[in-house]
Design a protein around this ligand. Structure first.
Ligand code: AMP
Ligand code: ZN
Ligand code: FE
Ligand code: FE
Length: 291
């Protein structure tokens, strides 16, 4: 029997908070048997060119990004931070270029503020040493600070840095001014891309949206939902699959690989070939690159 292609549509490189360079990411995915890989760094398309250049013959690259957004929860409470995957959009689209640049600046300011709050409480970290781990042009994130905490011997892993000090409910947490998710969806579509709600029910990270929010977003152009994600419980995957079927959303599955910053290997979750076709069908911004 011929096995279906292995399709992983959500991964990070050193262009944001992964630990593999874009070229290494492609090589790692190839070794893991991935046939179609999406590179989806946080708020940047900076890894696209290097990843495309590194493709071995026949391997395919879906160029994308993970947009930092804010959404109503569907309950009477303050909005929640959510992530939106945009695929195959035009990376020169003015609104996207401007918003991603604004968010990368926001990430730097905010990571510095978290670091200063921890330093003020006596933790052995300072802004300069944290930003040594964030080369120019990199989209900075809490995993960079987590690595600085590991290096300083405060915690023994990036995971434990999040569990104890860097999670969303921590006293050191500082929010960033994320894009309203409705606006991000409109932007991705205007740039010829398709928008997929990333890990909408990743409850271990904190509050999540009600299903009604996903239904509302489907009505304004959301193209899909990430169903098979390492942070999704089996019951939530089922709920999302049913919701997607009812509202015409494409369902995806992806590893959200971050190199050694997380334990999930690339290719650990997969998207069905017809789901990828349905996503590509909705785009006109950038092509899938074939190696
Ligand atoms: P930020 O983009 O600065 O808000 O940081 C969020 C990123 O931190 C996510 O994209 C993940 O890569 C990472 N992250 C969140 N929770 C954890 C965790 N428990 N363990 C490891 N990494 C995490
Ligand atoms: Zn990340
Ligand atoms: Fe995410
Ligand atoms: Fe991610």
């Amino acid at each position: 029997m011929v096995s279906p292609p292995l399709i992983d549509l959500h991964t990070h490189s050193t262009a944001s908070d992964g630990t593999d360079s874009p070229g290494e990411l492609v090589a790692a995915a190839h070794r893991a048997g991935v046939d179609v890989l999406a590179i989806t760094d946080h708020d940047t398309t900076g890894g696209w060119a290097e990843a495309a250049a590194a493709l071995p013959p026949g391997m395919r690259l879906v160029r994308g990004a993970e947009f930092s957004c804010v959404s109503p929860t569907g309950r009477a409470e303050r909005p929640v931070s959510v992530h939106l995957l945009g695929y195959l959009f035009d990376p020169t689209h003015e609104a996207i270029v401007a918003e991603q640049a604004r968010l990368r600046d926001e990430r730097v300011t905010r990571l510095a503020r978290i670091t200063e709050k921890m330093a003020a409480d006596g933790y052995p970290v300072d802004v300069e040493s944290v930003f040594e781990l964030v080369p120019d042009g990199t989209s900075a994130g809490r995993p960079h600070l987590a690595r600085a905490l590991v290096r300083a011997g405060v915690v023994d892993s990036v995971n434990n840095a999040f569990a104890t000090l860097l999670h969303n409910g921590s006293p050191y947490y500082v929010p960033k001014a994320d894009t309203p998710v409705e606006r991000a969806i409109a932007m991705v579509r205007a740039a010829g891309g398709v928008a997929v709600f990333a890990h909408p029910l990743a409850r271990r990270r904190g509050r999540v949206v009600e299903p009604s929010v996903i239904v509302d977003l489907a009505a304004i152009g959301l193209g899909g939902v990430e169903v098979d994600h390492p942070d999704h419980a089996p019951a939530d995957r089922e709920l999302l699959r049913e919701l997607a079927a009812e509202h015409g959303l494409v369902t995806t599955g992806s590893s959200d690989y971050h190199g050694t910053n997380k334990t999930t290997p690339v290719g650990a979750e997969r998207t069905a070939p017809d789901a990828l076709d349905a996503l590509v069908e909705r785009t006109s911004g950038a092509e899938v690159v074939v190696g």
